[in-house]
Structures are given as structure tokens and as C-alpha cells.
Design a protein around this ligand. Structure first.
Ligand code: BES
Ligand code: MN
Ligand code: ZN
Length: 501
């Protein structure tokens, strides 16, 4: 799909489709009014017949437009004008995307970007948000369908985001550039996460990193094998991996496009390519969804790719702890004590709390090998995060408040939100062990917090934040599929860091 930006009136567009908004109570937007005037009241008559009231998310396609230059008009309900906020805008864009996905025309002029969104005053934002919402809706995972499957084909190949004035074009242009790179990163993350566990193994992820750095200039990949991890004393990550016949991989991607003295931002991802729970076996229901337990790793891939694609002048490192968690005769067991790379020992009380073990060694590796500006880890870490925040927000933790603030703001910018959670020392005693320096689980209470508190023990020397993305990385049910979150948040964070130095 080609995305462009232009300014110009809707009634003059020679395109397959012109997309304009209608507010609730049949109130045409300025752009719909212009089309109405040029067509001798066509839109007013459609509304009079009751086909479009302007309810949020409602859509109607008009054909046979007489004197107008365009082949179709897509009317999109935008809800009450005074309630037209970020959420309403996203909903309207999503409704438009669903129609565009099925429409016959090859090109379209998109005018929802000209509407005033409450609390937003930047057309760059409007364009980027529309682009991300549209690409999200267009996505399909078709890689594993058989030969008789008819792939979805979309006629639309060029979409023009309209802005009111020529002077708005630079901002809109920036919105397209950032939007396209972000959307490509989101798509990459979705593809990796949707890939089944028998294909997407730790080795597959390592191969993906190698081919990403072959594909993208300036990106270097290094893969640590189990022998390397052994030499480094990564007993926590290796403990998890013991139950699997697939070898674990520690994947390190470096993108050095800033100055030498520029401290890197390090992104760390949980890459458990399948989590059966190990000897503390999970129940069978929905266990297939544990192929998504590498969603954190997928988001590192997506954000790295986006940063390189935008040629951001910064230093970024991506670190992925990739392993499976399976039961086996040689698997680690409850009661086992593992020695982490940091030297801290861990009593295993539940082998299903494996993500924190893999991440612990990854964090120590980062501490020993880099002097980062900030370290952010992403992990589908706990079911408790889903209980706490549902599927709207990732749980956000960290030991540095400007970093937490920056991540939260970045998420707010791109509709990929994270919400702050406490990391108080009082929670640490939940991890007390009679036999080792700590246990790998606390009680049932505050499960996402104690998991974060566990990670904190390996990140004390770092400016560090942790996103528990268990509730947001994928959707269940009929819509089952990866979301690509939090690639947009991370990419926005990297963009913000570029401008703020
Ligand atoms: N990958 C899971 C977390 C998870 C479970 C995410 C369900 C999304 C949906 C993680 O490895 C895990 O199993 N966590 C345990 C921790 C518990 C044993 C302390 C959990 O959340 O149940
Ligand atoms: Mn688990
Ligand atoms: Zn897991």
C-alpha cells in the first residue's frame, strides 16, 4: 500500500473513493458539506432516507454520483462532534478501514484526518494514527494456509491522507514516514508471534535476527549458544531450557547509528517460543496461546526494524532470551536451585514462572556488557497482569520515574497504552526462600508485582523499566491473533529520545 499526503477539496478528487465524516444527528463534517454542495444535496438526501445518522463506526458507501469526479463516497459515522476524542477517531478510522479492505477502487482520498480530534492539535498525529489503525485492520496471517487457500486480495493500493492547508503537509509527511515504519514493525512482530511453536523455535528467532541484519544496513546480530551461556554462568536461562530438545539462544542485535558517546537504549524481550509450564504443567485449556509467550521478543524485533527503517540517529541494542519451557525427564523441577549469572541463587517453586528466570540472566548480561541510558524489558510474564489491567494496558514498572513517564507518554501518543504499577520494596519479602537467595514465585496475591520485583533484583544497577504485556500481546477467541503490541509504544519512545537527545 502506498500512502501519500495532500491538501485540496474533496469535491475535486478524481479517485476511486472519497472518505468523509458524518457526526451524530446527521451533522455533516465540513468535507461532507463540500461534497453535498457539489452534488446538489446527495449526502443530505442519503441521511434523510435514514442510511446514515452519524453514529460512531457506522458506514455507508455511495455509488452513482453524477457530476462528482470520484467513483464512490464512503461516509463514516463519527459520533457526537463534541465527543470526538482519540478513541472516537480510532474507531472511525477502523470502520473506514474495514470498508476500504473490501472496496473495488484502487485509490482513495481520506478526509477523516482533517477533523479536529479533542486534545490533539497535530495533523502528523492524525495521519500516523489513521495509518496505524488502517494497517492493523488490513493485517492477515496467511503464511500457514494450504495451497487451495485463496489469499485475500485488496484492490486498494494508494491512499491519500488529506490535510486542510499546504502548511500542514510537512507534519503529515512525518506522520506517514513514522507511521509506515511503525506499521511495518508491528506487522513483523505479529508475523513472528502468530507463527506456530513448531516453526517459531529459539533457533528460528535467531535466524530471523540474522536475516534482519542482512536485510537492514547498520544492524549487527550476535547469537550466543548454550555453550556460550554455560561459560557465562547463565544457570537461570539454561535451567528453563533443560526440558526442551530445542537449544536456547541469547540473541543480541546492535544498531549503532548515534555518536560513540551516546549511551544505548537496550530493549530486552522474553522469547519463550512455547510455554507448557514445564513440570508444573499448565492446564490444557487455551494452551495453544502459549505460542505467544515470545511476544516480548517479537516487539523487540519490530521496534528494532522500525528504528533502522527510520534511520534514527541513536544507539539501540535488542536482547532476546529465547527458549522453550517443556516437561521432560531432564527438565528442571520444583525444589531445584539455580545459580543465575549474577551469582544470586533461585529456588524454583514453580517451573511455570520461567520468563523471569530467562530475563534475569538477560538483564545481567546487559549490565555486564553495556553502559545503557535505559533498559526496557517486555514480557508476557504473568496471568496476574491480565487480571489487574485486562486487555487495554500493559503493566508498567521501573526504578526511574522519568523513564516510566517517557514510556507512558509514548504509549499514549500511539494508542498503545501502559499503566503504572508499584515496585515497592515491601513486596520483595514475598520472594523469601529458606534455601536460596530468593524463590522464583511469590504467593497468588499481586502476581504481576512480585514478578516485576523478582526482575528488579537483577536490574538494580540499571535505569530499568519492565512492561508486563500478558494482557495486550494477543487476542483470544474468534479474533485470535497477535496484536504487535507494544511495538508502537517502543518505536515512539525511540523517536522521542531522538528529538530530546
Ligand atoms: N507465560 C506465562 C504468563 C501468561 C499466562 C501470560 C497466561 C498470559 C496468559 C508465564 O510464564 C506464567 O506461566 N506465569 C505464571 C506465574 C505463576 C506460576 C507465578 C502465571 O501467571 O500463572
Ligand atoms: Mn510459564
Ligand atoms: Zn511464560
Amino acid at each position: 500500500m502506498e500512502y501519500l499526503v495532500k491538501s485540496g477539496s474533496p469535491e475535486k478528487q478524481r479517485v476511486g473513493c472519497v472518505i468523509v465524516g458524518i457526526f451524530d444527528r446527521r451533522k455533516p463534517s465540513t468535507q461532507a458539506e463540500a461534497l453535498d454542495a457539489a452534488s446538489g444535496g446527495l449526502i443530505a438526501s442519503v441521511m434523510r432516507r435514514g442510511d446514515m445518522d452519524g453514529k460512531l463506526g457506522q458506514t455507508t458507501v455511495l455509488h452513482g454520483l453524477g457530476d462528482l469526479f470520484c467513483d464512490r463516497i464512503l461516509l463514516v459515522g463519527c459520533g457526537k462532534e463534541r465527543d470526538f476524542n482519540t478513541r472516537a477517531y480510532q474507531k472511525a478510522c477502523a470502520a473506514a478501514a474495514a470498508e476500504l479492505d473490501a472496496m473495488g477502487g484502487v485509490d482513495a482520498a481520506f478526509y477523516l484526518t482533517e477533523l479536529n480530534v479533542r486534545g490533539r492539535d497535530d495533523f502528523g498525529w492524525s495521519v500516523k494514527q489513521a495509518l496505524l489503525t488502517i494497517e492493523d485492520n488490513f493485517y492477515r496471517f496467511e503464511a500457514c494456509k494450504g495451497p487451495s487457500y485463496e489469499k485475500h486480495s485488496r484492490k486498494l493500493s494508494r491512499l491519500v491522507f488529506q490535510v486542510p492547508r499546504r502548511s500542514d503537509l510537512p507534519a503529515a509527511e512525518r506522520g506517514v514516514n513514522e507511521g509506515v515504519a511503525t506499521a511495518n514493525g508491528v506487522k513483523f512482530a505479529k508475523d513472528l508471534a502468530n507463527m506456530p511453536g513448531n516453526i517459531c523455535t529459539p533457533t528460528y528467532l535467531a535466524d530471523q535476527a540474522t536475516s534482519l541484519s542482512d536485510r537492514m544496513n547498520g544492524l549487527k546480530t550476535q547469537v550466543l549458544e548454550e555453550a556460550d551461556m554455560e561459560a557465562l554462568g547463565m544457570g537461570a536461562l539454561l535451567g528453563v531450557s533443560r526440558g526442551s530438545s530445542q537449544p536456547a539462544k541469547l540473541i543480541v542485535m546492535e544498531y549503532n547509528n548515534g555518536t560513540k558517546s551516546d549511551k544505548p537504549t537496550v530493549l530486552v524481550g522474553k522469547g519463550v517460543t512455547f510455554d507448557a509450564g514445564g513440570i508444573s504443567l499448565k492446564p490444557g485449556a487455551a494452551m495453544d496461546e502459549m505460542k505467544y509467550d515470545m511476544g516480548g521478543a517479537a516487539s523487540v524485533f519490530g521496534a528494532m526494524q522500525a528504528a533502522v527503517e527510520m534511520n534514527l540517529p541513536i544507539n539501540v541494542v535488542g536482547v532476546i532470551a529465547a527458549t522453550e519451557n517443556l516437561p521432560d525427564g531432564d527438565a528442571y523441577k520444583p525444589g531445584d536451585i539455580l545459580t543465575s549469572m549474577s551469582g544470586q541463587t533461585i529456588e524454583i517453586l514453580n517451573t511455570d514462572a520461567e520468563g523471569r528466570l530467562a530475563l534475569a540472566d538477560a538483564l545481567t548480561y546487559v549490565e555486564r556488557n553495556y553502559d545503557p541510558d535505559a533498559v526496557v524489558d517486555m514480557a508476557t510474564l504473568t496471568g496476574a497482569a491480565v487480571i489487574a489491567l485486562g486487555h487495554e494496558a500493559a503493566a508498567l514498572y521501573g526504578n526511574n520515574s522519568p523513564l516510566r513517564r517517557a514510556l507512558r507518554d509514548a504509549g499514549d501518543q500511539v494508542g498503545d497504552r501502559a499503566w503504572p504499577m508499584p515496585l515497592w520494596e515491601e513486596y520483595q519479602s514475598d520472594l523469601d526462600s529458606n534455601f536460596a537467595d530468593m524463590a522464583n514465585v511469590g504467593g497468588r496475591a499481586g502476581g504481576s508485582i512480585t514478578a516485576a520485583s523478582f526482575l528488579h533484583r537483577f536490574a538494580r544497577k540499571l535505569r530499568w523499566a519492565h512492561l508486563d504485556i500478558a494482557g495486550v500481546a494477543w487476542k483470544s477467541g474468534k479474533e485470535k491473533g497477535a496484536t504487535g503490541r507494544p511495538v508502537s509504544l517502543l518505536t515512539q519512545y525511540l523517536i522521542d529520545r531522538t528529538y530530546q537527545g
